[in-house]
Write a protein that binds this ligand. Structure first.
Ligand code: NAD
Length: 484
């Protein structure tokens, strides 16, 4: 019975209960939307300065309570405390950046009216959309949703956040922390619950859904939103590649790529899942990264798989690769040992196998030797996903980056864009659409209003049924002149 009214989170490492939170019903969601909508007028009226002050106090409050929040993140996700604290620290940077920069990037933009309309003034206004429904995942339960929450609030919207059912305590804490510092009520609600709560939020009268999670859930949400033409922001999964040229420092690359592949137990949307390495250094690179991976200890360097059902998916990808001729450099067909997955590196894995073509979301990596960077680029781009990539090359890093069909690239680094608040974050293809972070992330939560006003009247009036032949002739002459 309690399952119907509560969502319960458990420690992935021990299975012990961590917390119980309400399973928010569709009726309650509808009520929250009404309240948020009513309160949003006041939030909007505060202007950029007023909201900046409140959001900066929130960032300050969060910075003073990193350890408290990190403890809940660690308990609910199973990740080490230090990883949880790092995630929260980066998220706070985003709150602060969005608060400080919203006024700059969302102020009215003046436009040239053009010669035909020289007697008019023209400007664009950026207006908050209203109430934003934000649906989040569990893997980075603070950093990921904050990319929408902070930017939507800074742009002048009210927010209803539905955290993952695996991390309701983190979501609940975030809501309480905002209410502890914000004098305004009803601006930021947290609605805990499972997929049904997410579906109810999607069907409610919110003005936009900002979703982060798997591509398959993203498609369901987009389908519901299509019925009412509710705009959607989709931050979905990926199978991000690392492209490694022959002129790199192998030790440095191996260490960074290993961390990006296996940190957070491989449960990172922009984590590296496949490596394309120049054949001249493929052997040396494989040996180095395998040696480093063999030193990793599941449960010490990374935690248990947060979502028990993911273990079966990881296992199926490893077994599929093995059945199709993969060779294990590290780990084995038995790498999945609940609640952990041991570090696993495979080579000779076909490109259409599950481990390469689908998101594995575990501490696994495939390595393929390529004859040229052109081949690496083609294989990277062949994916149905296009979230991010890491490129390693002394001479042609940026040139390779410019040919990748994905939303983000780190050159001679890994996932560097996540900690750069001014940079847009998001993917293409089945990795999603729209952007969080940066000016683009702020503009994701506004609509534009074009305002054109008469400055002075001129005799050439063409917006009338009484337009004369002389006016028609003048317009044609002018257009020909302008387009010679
Ligand atoms: P998920 O799709 O299972 O769930 C995400 C959220 O959607 C949860 O809050 C869940 O309750 C909710 N949900 C589930 N079904 C729903 C429905 N029918 N209607 C509305 N809401 C519903 O994803 P997950 O397992 O929580 O997260 C892991 C996935 O998230 C991975 O694919 C990862 O790559 C992706 N991810 C992407 C980014 C990014 O920014 N691109 C960041 C983090 C995670």
């Amino acid at each position: 019975m309690s399952q119907l009214t509560e969502v319960i989170s458990y420690s992935p490492a021990t299975g012990a209960e961590v917390g119980r939170y309400p399973n928010t019903s569709a009726a309650t969601i509808d009520e929250l939307v009404v309240r948020a909508n009513a309160a949003s007028a006041h939030w909007r009226a505060l202007g950029f300065k007023g909201r900046k002050a409140i959001l900066r106090s929130w960032a300050h409050y969060l910075s003073l309570h990193i350890n408290e929040l990190a403890s809940i993140v660690s308990q609910e996700t199973g990740k080490p405390l230090s990883d949880a604290a790092l995630e929260i620290s980066i998220a706070i940077e985003h709150v602060s950046w969005a608060a400080r920069k919203a006024g700059r990037y969302l102020r009215n933009s003046h436009r040239a009216p053009g010669l035909l309309m020289a007697n008019m003034s023209a400007h664009v206004e950026y207006q908050p959309q209203g109430v934003i429904g934000i649906i989040g995942p569990w893997n980075y339960p603070v950093f990921t949703p904050m990319g929408s929450i902070a930017y939507a609030l800074a742009a002048g919207n009210a927010v209803i956040f539905k955290p993952s059912e695996y991390t309701p305590g983190v979501g609940h804490w975030l809501g309480e922390s905002f209410n502890a510092i914000a004098p305004e009520a009803n601006i930021f609600f947290v609605a805990t619950g499972g997929p049904e709560t997410g579906a109810a939020l999607t069907k409610s009268a919110v003005n936009k859904i900002a979703f982060t999670g798997s591509s398959s859930t993203g498609k369901k949400i987009a389908a519901i939103c299509a019925e009412t033409l509710t705009p959607v922001l989709m931050e979905c999964g990926g199978t991000d590649p690392a492209i490694i040229d022959r002129d790199v420092d192998i030790d440095r690359v191996a260490s960074a790529v290993l961390w990006a592949a296996m940190g957070n137990a491989g449960q990172t949307c922009v984590g590296i899942e496949r490596v394309y390495v120049h054949h001249e250094i493929a052997q040396a690179f494989s040996e180095k990264i395998s040696a480093l991976a063999s030193e990793l200890v599941a449960g010490r360097d990374y935690g248990a798989a947060t979502m028990p059902k993911q273990l079966a998916i990881i296992d199926s990808h490893i077994k599929d690769a093995a059945n199709r001729g993969a060779e294990f450099l590290v780990g084995s067909i038995d790498s999945v040992q609940p609640p952990f997955v041991l570090p696993t590196i495979m080579t000779n894995v076909p490109e259409d196998s599950l481990a390469v073509a689908e998101e594995t979301f575990g501490p696994t990596l495939t390595i393929r030797s390529v004859t040229s960077m052109g081949e690496a680029i083609a294989l990277s781009n062949a994916s149905q996903y296009g979230l991010a990539a890491s490129v390693w090359s002394k001479k042609q890093g940026k040139a390779i980056a410019s040919q990748l069909h994905c939303g983000m690239v780190s050159v001679n680094s890994v996932i560097a864009f996540t900690a750069t608040p001014s940079m847009p974050f998001g993917g293409v293809k089945q990795s999603g659409s729209g952007r969080v972070h940066g000016p683009e992330g702020l503009r994701e939560f506004i609509y534009t209003r074009a305002v054109v006003a008469t400055r002075f009247r001129i005799p050439l009036n063409f917006a009338t049924f009484k337009r004369t032949a002389a006016v028609d002739a003048f317009i044609k002459r002018l257009v020909r002149l302008l387009n010679r």
